[in-house]
Design a protein around this ligand. Structure first.
Ligand code: UDX
Length: 446
């Protein structure tokens, strides 16, 4: 009989995972403790912007006309316990307030709420990013609290999906990493991921601690690549070099690779920054903090980018923000997402606002979230409205819409044709030809 799957936590990760599991042919029950989220999903609406996810949801959500009906939602752990053979835990582990460590309370609550309802053999699969050592601890907790005792196993299966590509990354992962302590876990997960495995996704089995470390080290490596190129951007600026050319040239070396070498205002989002910090905190607890001291530098290079962008903007408007109008294109931490968590763009906009600048922000999908976290900034409904009367325009999130803007049309409404490209994503020649002073991070000014 086909496996039944529950997905606990229906945020970016869980909602995508639940819909993807239904797409693979399983009966799926998604659970969240927030009733409003469940009601939206039941109506076939996704509570965030993620390309392709709403279509996938509507293809499978029960009650939507023409759907397979394979995907249902609930707020009841009792129902989840009775339904699932495999329970994926997809709740988030945000950074603790004022600390480097991550907050495990959502993961712990999910395990504690599910365990008493595990009355028959089941596999619980952790997908959340957790400090190394958590899986072993949670396995003991499950064994103690689940009525089915030893018939309940735990596996750790870190998730590597990128926002903006969540559906593709879930259905066609680069690799499937599985941390197990018994054979049943591997067997069931091979069954769950049969289709991606058949299409060539490597399935790599290991122990719990290694699986937890794979996620932390993958994100640390990606962050290191970005901060490396941003450090080169700092040197390029000092030496009048061009970091875009430099990245292109070093990227041709296969050992280095072209990806994740885009210099700019740095990385943000709900994952890379907090995962780096949680990794350092955990290494410290383990007495291995020296091994990761370099990550402190990776983090500070990254944070410096935001401050540098603010300084360049201040210089561009004559040394002070008072009475100056600053247009900000982009609020999300990256394009094709509405996520503004730890967004470099919104951080830069906020710093300028706090220093007295009149900031007007426009973002294709992130306006609602940006308004919620930073209500005191100015907002406009279009890019054209945002730049009207601006003394300087900042390009801070590289949405396609911004690359397709007409510099001449924008030039007609600004006070000064001056643009700073914080993402090295616009075409300098196009803007300069239209009479703009174009400046980008890590590139010569003219
Ligand atoms: C990341 C990891 O890529 C993913 O595997 C993990 O599961 C979660 O964290 P995500 O946060 O969605 O995914 O975004 P990603 O595409 O990795 O970008 C992260 C940040 O780095 C963004 O702010 C992006 O703008 C920035 N970035 C990325 C750069 O500044 N330069 C680059 O070259 C690439």
């Amino acid at each position: 009989m086909a496996l039944k799957i529950t997905v606990i936590g229906t945020g970016y990760l869980g909602a995508t995972h639940a819909a993807a599991m239904a797409e693979l042919g399983f009966e799926v029950l998604g659970l969240d403790v927030v009733p409003e989220k469940i009601e939206m999903l039941q109506r076939g609406e996704v509570p965030m912007y993620e390309p392709g996810l709403e279509d996938l949801l509507r293809r499978h959500a029960d009650g939507i006309e023409g759907s397979t009906g394979r995907l249902r939602f609930t707020t009841s752990y009792e129902e989840a316990g009775a339904f699932g053979d495999v329970h994926f835990v997809c709740v988030n582990t945000p950074q603790k307030h004022g600390e480097y460590a991550c907050d495990m309370s959502y993961v712990e609550s999910a395990f504690d709420a599910l365990a008493p309802h595990l009355t028959r053999p089941a596999l619980v699969v952790g997908k959340s990013t957790v400090p190394v050592g958590s899986a072993a601890r949670l396995a003991e907790r499950l064994a103690a609290a689940a009525p089915a005792g030893a018939q309940v196993e735990l596996a750790w299966n870190p998730e590597f999906l990128r926002e903006g590509f969540a559906v593709k990354d879930t259905l066609h992962p680069d690799r499937i990493v599985v941390g197990v302590a018994g054979e049943r876990g591997e067997e069931l997960l091979r069954e769950v991921y049969a289709a991606p495995i058949a299409e060539g996704s490597p399935f790599i089995v290991m122990d719990y601690p290694t699986s937890e470390l794979v996620k932390a080290s993958a994100n640390s490596f990606l962050a290191t690549k970005i901060s490396f190129i941003n450090a080169m951007a700092e040197v390029c600026e000092a030496a009048d070099g061009d970091v875009v050319k430099l990245a292109e040239a070093i990227g041709h070396d296969d050992r280095i690779g072209k990806k994740f070498l885009r210099a700019g205002i740095g990385f943000g989002g709900g994952c890379l920054p907090k995962d780096l910090r949680a990794f350092m905190a955990r290494a410290g607890e383990l007495g291995a903090d020296q091994a990761l001291t370099f990550l402190r530098e990776i983090d500070s290079i990254n944070m410096r980018r935001r401050g540098h962008m603010v300084e360049l903007t201040r210089d561009a408007v004559g040394g002070g923000f008072l009475g100056k109008r600053v247009a900000v294109l982009g609020a999300t931490f990256k394009p094709d997402s509405d996520d503004v968590r730890d967004s470099p763009a919104l951080n830069v906009a906020g710093q300028i606002h706090l220093q007295g600048g009149q900031v007007t922000v426009y973002d294709p999908k992130g306006m609602e979230n940006a308004r919620r976290v930073f209500p005191t900034l100015g907002y406009a409904d279009t890019a054209l409205d945002a730049v009207r009367g601006a003394d300087v325009v900042l390009h801070l999130t590289e949405w396609r819409e911004f690359r397709e803007l007409d510099p001449a049309a924008l030039g007609d409404v600004v006070a000064e044709r001056r643009i700073l490209d914080g993402r090295n994503a616009l075409d300098p020649e196009l803007w300069r030809k239209a009479g703009w002073t174009y400046r980008a991070l890590g590139r010569p000014s003219a």
